[in-house]
Design a protein around this ligand. Structure first.
Ligand SMILES: O=P(O)(O)OC[C@H]1O[C@](O)(COP(=O)(O)O)[C@@H](O)[C@@H]1O
Ligand SMILES: [Mg+2]
Ligand SMILES: [Mg+2]
Length: 337
């Protein structure tokens, strides 16, 4: 039965089951993996909500492979997702922002590899601004009965079989795609269930919201500055929370564009291709939007390293196209009236 037939209020579990029926040869492993992610999301949601009470706000006292100060919740979320995916049995290898190397789960017969940003928007943890988790799922390429390898992990975004994010905000939502449209589920803590609340999400073709750390304005190249000038002249609304998931989610529902271009400080951009950009690029394309590094379609980029960064421009299709035109020297792009 087509998922569209499923009414708002359907539980995530029932939705996953019905979606699986769309694929006669599906064997249920991906469905189980999605349930494992939902389980970890419920646990992390509880930790996020209680962070201030149970003293898991603040720094953890170590740095991750990116040289960033790890927050306690970065570490807690990392442990929770790894544990849920390991115990679920479907995942052979995990790539995480918080781990230098691939994590082998010991599930040698696991068909899938997961790349994840366990806690996105870490700078907002202690100040009660929306934060999130981002995940990408790939089918392993290597033979079963052994650990996954680097080739399993360095797959282009076009190879994703599922991707999405959890936003821990005024409500907690899980938004994901398996390449057959994008759906959003809102968490009801008192029932411990995710319920379908946003069916077949489509990002508006055009929008008037732009999300970019304007404080980096003079570190951007001329093309990017020209686009930000264009946004101002056009009277667009600037919205930037400092959480990629929060800014992306708003723009997905309302229309808008998020940019984290290369800067002097981060010449390759700041955001990570494997566990931030690929997932959101898959989601936005499934919702009718577009994602680019300024030249290439994000999902077409062949990763070379686990933690590689990329400039990132994502959002409403027409806004991203305009941004690319202006950035590629067509500076005199007509400003909308
Ligand atoms: O503080 P900046 O440089 O604007 O960067 C903010 C961006 O960095 C991030 O915090 C990076 O993600 P992490 O918090 O997972 O490291 C994004 O969520 C956010 O959009
Ligand atoms: Mg992140
Ligand atoms: Mg993170």
């Amino acid at each position: 039965m087509d998922a569209l037939a499923l009414p708002v209020g359907t539980t995530l579990d029932r939705f996953i089951m019905r979606k699986q029926e769309d694929f006669p040869f599906a064997s249920g492993e991906l469905s189980q993996l999605l349930r494992d992610i939902a389980l970890a999301a419920k646990i992390v949601n509880r930790e996020v909500n209680h962070a201030g009470l149970i003293n898991i706000g603040g720094a953890y006292g170590s740095q991750n492979v990116q040289g960033e100060e790890q927050q306690k919740l970065d570490v807690v979320a990392n442990v929770r997702f790894i544990r849920a995916l390991r115990n679920g049995g479907e995942v052979c290898t995990i790539i995480s922002e918080e781990e230098d190397d691939m994590i082998q789960t010991g599930n040698c017969h696991g068909k899938y590899v997961v790349a994840m940003d366990p806690l996105d928007g870490s700078s907002n943890i202690d100040v009660n601004v929306s934060i999130g988790t981002i995940f990408s799922v790939y089918r392993r390429k290597s033979a079963f009965d052994k650990d996954g390898d680097l080739l399993d992990c360095l797959q282009a975004g076009t190879e994703q079989v599922a991707a999405g994010y959890i936003i821990y905000g005024s409500s907690t939502m899980l938004v994901y795609t398996t390449g057959n449209g994008v759906n959003g589920f809102t968490y009801e803590p008192s029932l411990g269930e995710f319920f379908l609340s946003h069916q077949e999400i489509r990002i508006p073709e055009e929008g008037t919201i732009y999300s970019c750390n304007d404080g980096n304005y003079w570190q951007f190249n001329e093309g990017v500055r020209a686009y930000l000038d264009y946004c101002r002249k056009a009277g667009f609304t600037a919205r930037y929370t400092g959480s990629l998931v929060g800014d992306f989610h708003r723009n997905l529902l309302k229309g808008g564009i998020y940019l984290y271009p290369a800067t002097d400080k981060t010449p390759k951009g700041k955001l990570r291709l494997l566990y931030e950009c690929n997932a959101l690029a898959f989601v936005v394309e499934q919702a009718g939007g577009f994602a680019s590094d300024g030249k290439n379609r994000i999902v077409k980029i062949k990763p070379q390293e686990l933690h590689e960064r990329t400039p990132f421009i994502i959002g409403s299709r027409k806004m991203v196209e305009t941004a690319l035109h202006i950035m590629q020297e067509e500076k005199d792009w007509p400003v909308p009236a």
